[in-house]
Design a protein around this ligand. Structure first.
Ligand code: HEM
Length: 410
């Protein structure tokens, strides 16, 4: 049977490059959302293909092509990329603008997230991980998502923005609607609510700046000595709110899920609790194998790429999870080697937009796992996992993950 799509694929797409693929849809029974991507590779679909789903878009599957798309903004733009297309879409700073305009907010943020800057946050990151863990570590069970993996990065956002921990539930509610709601009215209201909170926050920081990142953004000056455009300031706050929550939550979920089923890996980390370099190297490998983000690009002008005709405004998806298991780049790519020495994964992207928060994200995972293993050295998946608790899209992951352990024995 030939599937009929509305609208039909555009006429520059040859039929042999069309694959029916919906990366938002995770079929019943699939327990790891990344598997829908790896299934494409197993089926041997073209390395560059077009799917008419979600407004129609291309997918690149080769590491080398994905890296080129990340690097070459003259063809692959980050401006107005949402899938399915929504126009106009907030031009988030700096991710939604191409170089050289991109440099303005990139240069503003980068110094606040260097490895040294992040090391300066470690004491706070650790205290918060301990406080959260102490709420449930003696209970012998938790829903890892609700009890830890969502709360922790949201608390980090509050800390970065100089907001009190008491506002955690308010921000969790905003984030949960943003990431999970499929109701268009609820989503539209949610964006208005997030921007209203950011507006108030930046106004307060403008009047009374502190040592936090929100204050640094609102008090920064451009080349002429003026405050940055107010909309750009809000759009930068918005990006920082959304970029570091779902990504960290689901990276953690993948890592804890793997450790819950792998005693040797738990031991590997426990044996290296006091060796941060080896501990981080092992986390790096779990980040390679568990890349949660699928990035979007928009084609700037009609062109040919690797013999395939692209047209201006075509959307392209870059699945990091596929790039990170490309056998042309990674030896034995399906094997998790916690001592992998060379690890050029693209979990945080590459090129001009490479993740500003990557050092922070790794430190959040490291500190959380160290403190977790000190309190809960052994744990497994609970038998009663919530039904169909997985989702796809630009970030893939889990809505629930029940873990269990023998609290008396720890
Ligand atoms: C495991 C967690 C994370 C993952 C997997 C991740 C992934 C990514 C990726 C793939 C990009 C590249 C976007 C592109 O090329 O279009 C990116 C950009 C970005 N990320 Fe992250 N991220 C994570 C955590 C964070 C955190 C904690 C923050 C900050 C609080 C953050 C802030 C940003 C920002 C501001 C950008 C835009 C950079 C630019 O456009 O120059 N991310 N992230």
């Amino acid at each position: 049977m030939t599937l009929q799509f509305q609208p039909p694929p555009p006429d520059h797409v040859p039929p042999e490059l069309i694959v029916d693929f919906d990366f938002f849809h995770i079929p019943e029974g699939v327990s790891d959302p990344a598997e829908i991507w790896h299934d494409l590779v197993r089926r041997g679909v073209p390395k560059i293909f077009y799917t008419p789903r979600n407004g129609g878009h291309w997918v690149l599957l080769d590491y080398a092509d994905i890296v080129e798309a990340y690097r070459d903004h003259t063809v692959f733009s980050t401006y107005q990329t949402p899938i399915p297309p929504i126009e106009p879409f907030p031009v988030v700073q700096p991710q939604g603008v191409d170089p050289p305009e991109h440099n303005v907010f990139r240069r503003l943020l980068a110094p606040m997230f260097t490895p040294i800057a992040v090391r300066g946050m470690e004491k706070h990151l650790r205290e918060r991980a301990v406080a959260l863990l102490e709420e449930f570590s003696d209970k012998g069970e938790c829903d890892f998502i609700a009890d830890f993996a969502e709360r922790y990065p949201t608390g980090t956002f509050l800390y970065l923005f100089g907001l009190p921990e008491e506002r955690l539930d308010e921000f969790l509610d905003l984030a949960n609607v943003f990431f999970r709601s499929t109701d268009p009215d609820e989503r539209a209201k949610n964006i208005v609510d997030i921007y209203a909170v950011l507006e108030q926050l930046f106004r307060e920081k403008e009047a009374s700046p502190g040592e936090d990142i929100a204050s640094a953004i609102v008090t920064a000056r451009d080349k002429e000595g003026n405050q940055h455009d107010w909309t750009d300031i809000l759009n930068c706050g918005f990006l920082l709110f959304v970029a570091g929550l779902d990504t960290v939550t689901n990276t953690m979920a993948y890592i804890w899920r793997y450790l819950a089923t792998n005693p040797a890996a738990r031991k590997h980390f426990r044996d290296r609790l006091d060796d941060p370099d080896a501990f981080l190297r092992a986390i790096e490998e779990l980040m390679r194998i568990n890349a949660v983000s699928n990035l979007y690009r928009r084609i700037q002008h009609d062109c040919e790429f690797r013999g395939v005709q692209f047209r201006q405004n075509d959307r392209v998806v870059l699945p990091n999870t596929v790039a990170n298991r490309d056998p042309k780049v990674f030896a034995d790519p399906q094997t998790i080697d916690l001592d992998r020495a060379v690890n050029v994964h693209v979990t945080f992207g590459v090129g001009p937009h490479r993740c500003v928060g990557s050092h922070l994200a790794k430190r959040e995972v490291m500190v959380s796992l160290q403190e977790w293993l000190r309190r809960v050295p052994e744990f497994t998946l609970a038998d009663d996992q919530p039904e169909h608790s997985v989702f796809g899209g630009s970030v893939m992951g889990f809505t629930g993950l029940k873990l269990t352990w023998d609290a008396a024995a720890q």
